[in-house]
Design a protein. Sequence first.
Lengths: 92, 287
Amino acid sequence: MNGQLLVEIYVFVLAVFVGFEVISKVPPTLHTPLMSGSNAISGITIVGALLATGSLPGTLSATLGLIAIILAMINVVGGFMVTGRMLRMFKK
Amino acid sequence: MQNIFIPIIYLFSAVFFILGLRQLSHPRTAPKGNTTAAIGMLLAIIATLLNNQILDFQTIFIGIVIGSAIGAVLAKRVEMTSMPQLVALFNGFGGGASLLVGAAEFYKDEPLVVFTLATVTISVLIGAVTFSGSLVAFSKLQGLLRGAPIKFRGQHSINGILAVSIILLAVYAVFDPTQASNAVLAIIVISLFLGILFVIPIGGADMPVVIALLNSFSGLAACATGFVIQNDALIISGSLVGASGIILTDSMCKGMNRTIWNVLFSGIGSDDGKSPLVVDPMKTVKS
């Protein structure tokens, strides 16, 4: 097992604990916006999509990556915008 | 030599995500939390584009423009009452993206080490289940599929058999990399079926819980993809969403006086969700 992998596992385990602790006592009205907002964050896979597309032009991987960019950007842009709309609705 | 700024910007992006999630869970700060998280995402995208492995910016630009435009139009046009299914749809797309990134890494013309192969199978598995499961959830809420639970005999046994066969295929792929290509393809197909079978027995009022769980899955899919491409930004943000998603799913179940196992496996979700504890204006579920 190489050092980099070990560090990645550290990072993973610590981030899981942060994730468990970061949201607490969420009022039920915020359940859906929180779900929608964290769903937008899971669009972080855009990072992988960008790397797959940009680093190997003209290959099958780049084509799969391009579709992944489109899907991930729909997830990110749509996700944050719809969360914003939900939250503005609550203000009224 | 890798640009030193990239990991530092990724770190900032992770901090913004953590602060954003925290702010999103309190009524007063929630709108600010959404902006904070969006800034985190922007930072992650900018940092990635600074990577000197990226040669082709034109294709990336096209993808970003198309995806952003579709996302923006969907988010703007949707009726207030249709928001839960839109979240399900977006979530499915996120899972689908993780599936494709895992597959893209697999189809690179480079021999993969065993560890990468193992993480690819996990990444395509979770990505595919999230993708097809979310699309079923979307179809049910949108009225494209019958909203009531769809059940048949031996459902749990079939799911069990599918799950076991995925594990066997993954082991096979790792031990005989020459056959890995077929095995990975088979894992993707079976996982897509598993995602469908996992969600169809769950009915109307329980759908928000399932979407919350699938949201957690899409985080885990991103995290697994992070292990595939050895990227800390994906590992941190993916596991954040995965873990906080499980907490959120749990508190939604508690709000209905149910347990997560009860929601997933009993299929009593056919009732119309008369849950006195939950006052959720977003939960306008068609059944």
